[in-house]
Design a protein around this ligand. Structure first.
Ligand SMILES: Nc1nc2c(ncn2[C@@H]2O[C@H](COP(=O)(O)OP(=O)(O)OP(=O)(O)O)[C@@H](O)[C@H]2O)c(=O)[nH]1
Length: 437
């Protein structure tokens, strides 16, 4: 594996390790901190809380109980003369937590601590958390709020009691009064507008006293449930980010591999084309671009067997004189022009080959002797009628031979050469047909 890939892989591993280490440290710190710290308190006592009042049943029909509040630096005292009259006589100490409809969300706290004294033997005080919910509560009806209550035992001495939400029940009189659906008869503490400490359920007609030192709500900035959620999101989010990064890396690698593959294919195609071009060039005469002897071998190798074919041997008359009189360069031009003129007159299946010097052979596949002879005559007239760089007309002599059955190309060429020789000796600028030997 190349060094840069090893380094990249090591870097990736390092990133994952760092991420994992950071997550583990963060998780541990948060869990330990949440367990031993992150505490939050809300305390109601005489030195910090002033919105306290006492209440009794005189606001109800026949209510005759009389309550009185005394505030000392260390506690509030409710003195209550409970009198018969209202069907459920009571006195209460009320802590007003409200701001309009808004109260306190006690769900954010884990524990309610109350320090109180209730020196009435065989009696129970009633601690109520009065919750407002616009679904069933209205501001003009105090009893439309939900009363979550718990009974506290009587005590001659100060007693500190720790409570949690599960210990509260919704007051049965409230359920009966509201005639509410069962789903609303469970505890609710998300909007507590008042904490009420009241005389108990079946009070006697006598003097009551309730002392309250404080009520304290305690909990964590982040609850265990919320912390679990937070950690879940943190781990899940990190895993998702890592997966996306890995996916993107894989996509990039795939893209690079595709690009490399396409580049390789391009290079391969280019090389193939170059190869074809070189092969083509090697079959051509560089001056005239007619086929050369190499090209002739390839053409013969690819020839279809048992099909008629003829050879026309073409030789420029008195070419030496052109070179001598007009120079070698003009001679070259004449050779190129001659090739172009012949190419214009032949079919794709007929191949022009320069054997050397001013000697050309036209290989006429699929042509019998008569057709080849006609073609030679046509070419003779055509070339003779063209204009040339010498400013004079140019004549050629032609020897035509048809390849006999099982006759080699060389043998047929030889017969065509003999026919050409006859054309030359007979005065040039003519076509001679080869004789069978
Ligand atoms: N310019 C040029 N001349 C060439 C080339 N190859 C051969 N020759 C010349 O072609 C001439 C051929 O002359 P000869 O074989 O005597 O034939 P000729 O003059 O055409 O006379 P006949 O064939 O008898 O009509 C020679 O002078 C060669 O130098 C070439 O590539 N370019």
């Amino acid at each position: 594996m190349p060094t840069h890939k090893i380094i990249n892989r090591w870097r990736n591993l390092q990133t994952i390790h760092l991420l994992l280490a950071a997550l583990i440290i963060l998780t541990t710190v948060l869990l330990v901190w949440q367990h031993f710290g992150m505490n939050t308190f809300l305390r109601f006592d005489p030195s910090h809380f002033k919105k306290i009042s006492v209440n009794d049943d005189r606001e109800h029909i026949n209510g005759k109980s009389i309550s009185r509040l005394t505030t000392s630096p260390d506690f509030w005292r409710l003195d209550c003369q409970l009198n018969e009259g209202y069907r459920a006589p009571y006195c209460s100490l009320d802590l007003d937590l409200s701001l309009g409809e808004q109260g306190i969300n006690i769900d954010n706290y884990d524990q309610i601590t109350i320090r109180y004294r209730y020196p009435i033997p065989n009696e129970q005080a009633l601690l109520m958390l009065v919750n407002f919910n616009p679904v069933y509560s209205t501001l003009d009806d105090y009893r439309s709020q939900k009363f979550n209550e718990v009974f506290l035992p009587s005590t001659n001495e100060w007693l500190t009691s720790h409570l949690n939400g599960n210990q509260f029940n919704v007051a049965s009189w409230w359920v009966a009064y509201k005639k509410i659906l069962p789903e609303w008869t469970i505890n609710e503490f998300n909007n507590v507008r008042e904490i009420r400490l009241a005389t108990g359920m079946y009070p006697q007609q006598q003097q009551y006293q309730i002392d309250l030192a404080y009520i304290e709500l305690s909990g964590k900035w982040i609850s265990t449930h919320n912390l679990q959620l937070l950690l879940l999101v943190l781990w899940g989010g990190s895993a998702a980010c890592w997966l996306i990064a890995e996916l993107r890396r894989a996509m990039r690698a795939l893209h690079r591999s595709h690009t490399r593959h396409a580049d390789l294919e391009n290079t391969q195609r280019h090389l193939k084309e170059l190869n074809q071009l070189l092969a083509e060039r090697s079959m051509r005469d560089p001056l005239t671009l007619a086929f050369n002897r190499e090209g002739l071998s390839v053409i013969l190798a690819n020839e279809q067997p048992n099909t008629p074919s003829s050879i026309i041997f073409i030789d420029i008359d008195y070419f030496k004189k052109i070179n001598d009189n007009y120079g070698h360069a003009i001679g070259d031009q004449v050779l190129c022009l001659l090739t172009q003129h012949i190419q214009q007159q032949i079919r794709p299946s007929e191949k022009l080959i320069r054997l050397g010097g001013e000697e050309f052979v036209l290989l006429c596949q699929h042509s019998a002797l008569a057709q080849a002879g006609q073609l030679a005559e046509k070419l003779r007239l055509w070339l003779f009628s063209q204009s040339w760089p010498t400013g004079t007309s140019l004549s050629c002599s032609f020897g035509v031979a048809e390849r006999l059955e099982n006759e080699s190309f060389e043998a047929a060429l030889h017969r065509a050469d003999l026919a050409l020789y006859r054309a030359k000796t007979a005065g040039r600028n003519r076509v001679e047909i080869a004789e069978e030997e």
